[in-house]
Design a protein. Sequence first.
Length: 844
Amino acid sequence: MQLTRVDQQKQEAETEILRKIAYQVGVDAETVTAQQAYQGVAWTVRERLIDAFNKTQAYWREKDPKFIYYLSAEFLMGRTLTNAVNNLGLEGEFGEAIRKLGYSLEELQSQEQNASLGNGGLGRLAACFLDSIATLSLPGWGYGIRYRYGMFRQGLENGFQSESPDTWLTNGNPWEIPRRDLAYKIGFYGSVQDGKWQPAEQVYAVAYDNPIPGYGTKTVGNLRLFDCQPMSEFKLASFNEGKYSEATEDKRKAEDISAVLYPNDATEYGRELRLKQQIFFVSAAMQDTLARFKKTHKDMKELPSKACFQMNDTHPTIGVAELMRLLIDQEGLQWEAAWDITTKTLAFTNHTVMPEALEKWPVAVIGKLLPRHMEIIEKIDSIWIESLRKKVTAQVGSQSPKNALEKVAGAVKGALEEKTADPVEAALAKYSIITENPWEKGVKLVNMAFMATIGSKSTNGVAAIHSEIIKETIFKDFYELSPEKFQNKTNGVTPRRWLAYCNPGLSKLITETLGSNEWIAKTDQLAGLRKFSDDKAFQKKWRSIKLENKQRLADLIKSRVGISVPTNALYDVQIKRIHEYKRQHLNMFSVVNRYLNIKAASPEERKKMVPRVVVIGGKAASAYVMAKKMIKLVTAVGEVVNKDPDVGDLLKVVFLPDYNVSLAEVIVPGAEVSQHISTAGTEASGTSNMKFQMNGCLIIGTMDGANIEIAQESGKENMFVFGVDAKDIGRLREERKNFKVEDPRWNKIMQFLTSSTFEAGLFQDLVDNVNDMSKANDWFLLGNDFSDYLRAQDEIDALYKDQDAWTKRSILYTAGSGFFSSDRCIDQYAKEIWDVKPCEVPSS
Ligand code: F55
């Protein structure tokens, strides 16, 4: 009998997988374990991926289009198997072969380690961007670090966070291609003589390519990560002298550089090693791109028409000095020409206004580790200030300053009037890259964000409100000088991972309803669901899918923490890094309020209450004491609530440890309401809010970050909005000393948390932190937002009783989520910042 083409492909896939199991994994297909089957399938998929990858890269070499290089210290990729199989369109071919092995794709995928090379939103955004860059067939690569240990694994010990290393590479990594022959030298320390840097130490940056398949295209992009290796592996002479640890010392020291991801997320950092990591990957990335550029171009002046480097936050911004160094010291360009190229090639994204997360490196630290870079930074700064000084002094005298510099001139005039000793210098100091540390006299710091803005063609924020705030605060003076450099690019998330693949039930229903699956690449089409939002039959299907997803989440909770949660309860989720500004403690205050209400209610009243399952997940920075206390607050309140017979199934409180990408892929589809409750003006954007919205999960939130735009797209009336406005934050913070929460429920909660229900003193610091106004505490204004938050919580309960009304809103959320695809976001970056155009391999 003649086999059809499809059957033939299936048979080939099966043969390939069996070969891999036999010869790569080295086991018998009859007795294959889930891990071995995963390895066999993954190594087979890898070959398909590499075929398409090689074709794409060869085509791009031939066409020589302009490239985007996304420089990021973090890429939070999660797992790859399902994404690769689906993006490559292999589910048909591979599905049957996998079943024949006795597994499902989902089971095999669960064998894969997460690539957790990121802390949170910033790292996951970079991962979503790579997916969209490939999907839009934009010539582009990501560049970062191949950390041997990613984000720490979180456990719980007595309800407190415990941390252990993330050994994600122990089973090997089928998704990377080691390029041991492709290594760049990276120098540290030493001195500068006659303008030439002689580093005292050198290491190699060895490239590992991670192919990134686009969706619905043959394009496969690349994430090139660097591993750090010593110049020489082993000192045989030392070994022979019996100095065994000296023999391998260089290797150990070098390997430290790419050993761990700093689990910082806005607090504390281990100085020198982190700066080493930054120059390490940025220098390797720039050497790599320049080497490729030079193969086909002679004139460095053409670089801006062939390459754009997008710097993801301040972590890669040493790149400003590094690109200058490479152009001047290696390529022999004059300063002016090098500066012109640099400022046309670099672009910068800011992700936070939190002062502690805006990197400022001591001049002494950079000067020691990177003396040539420090020289360059000083020169950039002095030329920059000199150019301002010239313009300003010309204007101070004139009666009617006309251009953008009038503000600078105004500042100088102000300083003149106040009889400041040196008014011009006082005003100009505000613009300087090098500033004095306000807390340590005499210590000079390099403000990396300022250097990035000065050295880039554009600076952008990540949501509309955030992009406005940075123009009014951290970059105010720079904005006034060059308003045209400042842009907004509201974040987005990939609809492949975050809807199509993580929620196959809903995805199928959407495709059936819209008549095609085109929405996966054109999410605007999701708006077509609006007209079904009142359709009772459709609502019923929508609800039954949610129920299945809730069951999946309930199973996960049971297996991870042993708590049984009922599926008829409202699933309420807050998953994100644990931080005071994100206010997980405000969430817990409302949980305590609910608990006290249940305790006070009669059996009749209890029957009318809406049962709730509150799920919290997230990691606290290892040095962030208050955030760790907030985790303990969740687990301790959970212990009390979950075992109280008066409460029963009316309330369950779950802390899910070790939150990561693959956990989110189960939690998001199963959530019914999600919390995005940061103090207005503090969350730059948020991106999980977009994932929940796509999956039809309602939002309770402040008018902060992208919540504002989500409300615009899905209807503010459909969101549970509460809290003070960002524009009032400054004033309210000033007024804290005279502020008192009048709501009696607040005091009851504070009393409960400091009562004998908990270990003596356990939550005293946490309570004082928000409640001791004699010390002007409550920086994040929990007290100000408390009552309004509880009002919004009541609205949630009320609406849940009307399941049709609830489901209608849920549908409208998904329908309004099209804008938040990272495809839209990347298309804007490509057109408005990068000037990079699609270049797709033609189908042969
Ligand atoms: C990591 C390391 C340092 Cl040193 C500082 C910050 C971080 C980090 O993880 N930041 C981060 O995740 N920022 C988030 O970026 C997201 C993407 O733009 C935003 O949505 C989110 O609001 C912001 O907090």
